[in-house]
Design a protein around this ligand. Structure first.
Ligand code: UDP
Ligand code: MG
Length: 323
């Protein structure tokens, strides 16, 4: 009998959680030879998600661990917490609670694992309800990331992933806090395989990743994984220096050969403005990096769990309090 854990980040999914659990159960029943455990991480939901989780703990035929964050720490950290609580499993699977990741795919992922893959990534081929803008943004993000950073992100790849024991153990040793979970996993290497699916639209509510969060995520992953912005400042500096140099040359030429009237102060202004631009750009970028160093150095815990539940087997008394 193999052991496997399913990690589910939950943020305000009250309405859909039970449906999700039923679908998941149904999908898991189809995969023989596994002792499943489900790990719910309630990422500080402010609806009835935690109550729903408690209910699921009571009815579940599977082993369950449930953790409740003291506030919303974000999906990346919810996944991190889940993975950190995977104990001696042969594999783990991360899946969204909002039914955008079809649990039926797990069977195929497990099959790929049996065939030797250490990481099986579910790749989303299209999302029905994403706006044009979001699709476009995500395309650009993946394109830039894969061209200019050390990590190769596969476009459309999601957090819906199967991870082998080896991968989980390595993942547990990562301590950085600004993290893009799939970026980290892609960075690690290992033997990868891909399965494809078409994501249905969200069944209820809207995606909790607003435009601001997405842009933040993109900028952060970018500065965490890539030095391009710093290099870009260098290029910009080069360009501006060259440009201002040419402009100054032209101004000299115009003044002395074409006898235009250009006052000395104009030379200063051109020269200074550009220098100033360079300095400001550089400062802004350096601030980003210092920001990352700062958050890493402060060393706060990644997340805080305020409540947790565990169920070790079906017959055992559930609602066993961990903390
Ligand atoms: N989620 C989370 N914390 C958050 C936002 C989302 O744990 O701050 C969970 C959410 O409950 C869902 C998954 O992460 O299970 C994906 O969230 P969402 O559907 O909002 O993201 P998208 O599908 O748009 O990437
Ligand atoms: Mg979703």
């Amino acid at each position: 009998m193999k052991k496997a854990s399913i990690v589910v980040p939950v943020y305000n999914e009250e309405k859909i959680l039970e449906t999700f659990f039923n679908k998941l159960s149904k999908a898991l029943e189809e995969i023989p030879g596994f002792d499943w455990e489900i790990i719910f991480v309630d990422d500080g939901s402010n609806d009835g998600s935690w109550e729903k989780i408690k209910k699921i703990v009571n009815i579940s035929p599977y082993r369950i661990k449930a953790f409740r964050f003291s506030r919303n720490f974000g999906k990346e950290l919810a996944l991190t917490a889940g993975i950190e609580h995977v104990v001696d499993a042969d594999l783990a699977i991360c899946i969204d609670a909002d039914l955008q990741h079809p649990p039926e795919l797990i069977k195929e992922m497990v099959k790929r694992w049996f065939n030797g893959a250490d990481i099986v990534v579910a790749v989303r081929q299209d999302v029905e309800d994403f706006s044009f803008f979001r699709k476009f943004g995500s395309k650009i993000f993946y394109w830039i990331m894969s061209r200019y950073s050390s990590t190769n992100l596969c476009p459309g790849s999601t957090d819906f992933r199967l991870l082998d024991k080896k991968v989980i153990e390595v993942l547990k040793t990562f301590r950085e806090r600004t993290r893009l979970f799939r970026g980290l996993i892609d960075w690690m290497g290992f033997k990868k395989d891909f399965v494809y699916f078409i994501a249905p639209g969200r069944n209820n509510g809207s995606s909790s990743f607003g435009l601001k969060t997405l842009i933040n995520l993109a900028i952060n992953s970018f500065t965490v994984f890539s030095l391009l912005p710093l290099k870009f400042t260098g290029y910009l500096g080069l360009f501006i220096t060259l440009f201002s140099f040419l402009l100054l040359l032209f101004m000299f030429f115009a003044k002395f050969f074409m006898h235009w009237t250009i006052r000395p102060i104009a030379f200063f202004v051109v020269f200074n403005t550009f220098l100033f631009g360079i300095v400001l750009c550089a400062l802004g970028l350096i601030a980003l990096y210092i920001g990352h160093i700062y958050t890493e150095v402060v060393g706060r815990p990644l997340y805080i769990i305020k409540e947790s539940l565990q169920k070790t087997s079906f017959n055992e008394n559930s609602n066993f309090q961990l903390a």
